[in-house]
Ligand binder design. Structure first.
Ligand code: 9D3
Length: 254
């Protein structure tokens, strides 16, 4: 997989992709990342990449021509037909389904903005898709681009040590993860749930599914609505709610 990032801060991109699952994937050659800086395509003496918005208002807007030329250079570094993805607060919300779709793209360009955003004509001219990470304000698109790269690259065959674990991820089955514990059995007066110590694997599977269902209902009911429940799950969730002295007590800060 070949990825090009268009960014005014190339160090922000290259500096953080060296570690972890992603770093290993790049070291193994499963994916390559290049960065193109629009400033290298600015033609004036000050290498200007931004300007004041038409119509007035705060902040600056990225200039059309340097960004267009940077995207063109990024495209040229990829096989023909590579998709161009703009990161912007106006984009479609990025999710695991989109990450899985992008896993099948042999190459793509991620365009990270700064300042108040892009000149809309860049979006019209070059964007195949606009993605947002969600309803919060970043100071630029770089961290969004890094999040997208991380989410996609870890799905590449061979990126994870254990091939199974990508499919066991939360969201793949539409539920949040169950609680996890490791040694010791007791710490600061807190104990591991007894069922996990018992070795009854059917009981453990049921308990984990029940915890996942309960947490998903209290924290992310939107995920459950989308997914639906089979009979066993409805029973486990009913028992979970019946066993809770206070609904939502498993939420931190409540
Ligand atoms: C929404 C706020 N905008 C109007 C006042 C100004 C603005 C703030 C921050 C415009 C662009 C940005 C930079 N953000 C991104 O480039 C960005 C982003 C984000 O801020 N939140 C979630 N996902 C993304 S993807 C790119």
């Amino acid at each position: 997989m070949q990825i090009q990032v268009v960014s005014l801060f190339p160090d922000l991109i290259t500096g953080s992709l060296a570690v972890g699952v992603c770093g290993r994937a790049f070291a193994r050659g499963l994916a390559q990342v290049g960065v193109v800086n629009p400033r290298d395509f600015a033609t004036d003496i000050h290498r200007t990449v931004d300007d004041r918005p038409y119509g007035g208002g705060p902040g600056m807007v990225l200039k059309y021509a340097p960004l267009r030329d940077a995207i063109l250079a990024a495209r040229r570094a990829l096989p023909a037909g590579a998709r161009v993805v703009f990161l912007s607060p106006q984009g479609r919300k990025f999710d695991q389904a989109m990450a899985r779709e992008m896993r099948d793209w042999s190459g793509f360009v991620l365009v990270a903005g700064r300042y108040e955003g892009f000149d809309e004509r860049n979006v019209e001219a070059d964007a195949d898709v606009e993605l947002s990470l969600g309803d919060f304000v970043l100071s630029g698109g770089e961290f969004a681009a890094l999040a997208v790269i991380d989410a996609v690259v870890r799905l590449l065959p061979g990126a994870l040590g254990d091939e199974a674990s990508a499919d066991q991820d939360s969201f793949t089955d539409g539920l949040l993860d169950c609680p996890q514990y490791t040694r010791p059995e007791e710490v600061d007066g807190r104990v591991v749930p007894a069922v996990l110590l018992g070795g009854d694997h059917a009981a453990i599977r049921r308990w984990r599914l029940q915890q996942s269902l309960g947490r998903t209902l209290t924290r992310r009911p939107d995920l459950l609505e989308r997914r639906g429940l089979v009979a066993e799950e409805r029973k486990l969730l009913g028992d979970y709610l019946a066993g809770q002295e206070r609904p939502g007590k498993d939420l931190p800060g409540r």
